[in-house]
Design a protein around this ligand. Sequence first.
Ligand code: SF4
Length: 340
Amino acid sequence: MKEKILLIQTAFLGDLILTTPLFRAVKKKFPDSSLTVIVNKGTESVLEANPWIDEILPLDKKSVKSSLLRFWRFASDLRKRNFTVCLSPHFSFRSSLLAWSSGAPIRIGYRTAGFSFLLTEKKSRPILGPHEVDKLLSLLYSEEESKAIDRRPELYWKEESVSGIRNVLKSWKLEKGGYILMTPSSVWETKRMPAEKFREVGIALSEKTGMPVVLAGGKGDLDLCEEVGKGFALNLAGKTSLPEMSYLTAGAALLVTNDSSPIHFASAFDIPTLAVFGATVPDFGYTPLATRSFISEIEGLYCRPCGIHGGKVCPEKHFRCMLEQDPNRIVREALRLISR
Ligand code: SF4
């Protein structure tokens, strides 16, 4: 029988990118299946042209959180589609509720998810240790089977979606492999290395490599990127769509970033990645999967990690995990990554 598979992943952008190996694995396990993916509205374009997905359903989380009626409308539309299997890697009780509402007789998710009693197969999910991609693959595959599966995320774009960024790069004479990409922001404040340190790193890398630096981020990161790059870098914060971010990352010689979603864009294109970790730790499983990478972190700091995502302010008030980051060391390691 042709399986009709529903996958619910309404987490952050980075989590969605890290779910792309699972999309591929689903189609490998069920070659004739159809795959429908529910994503957080606003992130769907990062999956455009993905060859493994048959249908994307964006879910406006704010809207369904504020109206039970809208939630049930969305849920009852799902039921009409006759899904046979539902994979629910997201933890929220709403995801479990959607999985159950879909009517799929097989509903696979994590034991620790909210309302997990609505799932028919519950997998364990260690907080520390395995990479997030492996945790996601564990929904379908045993640890042994997962070893044979390609863990690299994959991102695509439609040509018409990247004509803008193509023109920008052309007008700045930036060629593939000829610029350094820096993304100094993060959704969480304690995951951000201070702007002056990013600036120091950017200026040094630009001088030592002769390569221009491009800054990227969301609309809200415009001022931060201006502070980091004033006078030496091209600031594209708020000017790239998600497919354009894929295109921009794919052309970089190096990414310098915090522990945030650009790591996973870079992993998709095997771009050397220098990632600065503050309040979070690599053991949470969100590390770069690029062949060449380095994580800058203050090892042995008693208060790390202080939250699964990092928080808005340092609970210990000293913010040593970021204030003690050494720009000279970051530059040294970054140069090592691109000179290999
Ligand atoms: S408590 Fe420690 S790990 Fe958390 S933000 Fe402060 S310095 Fe960083």
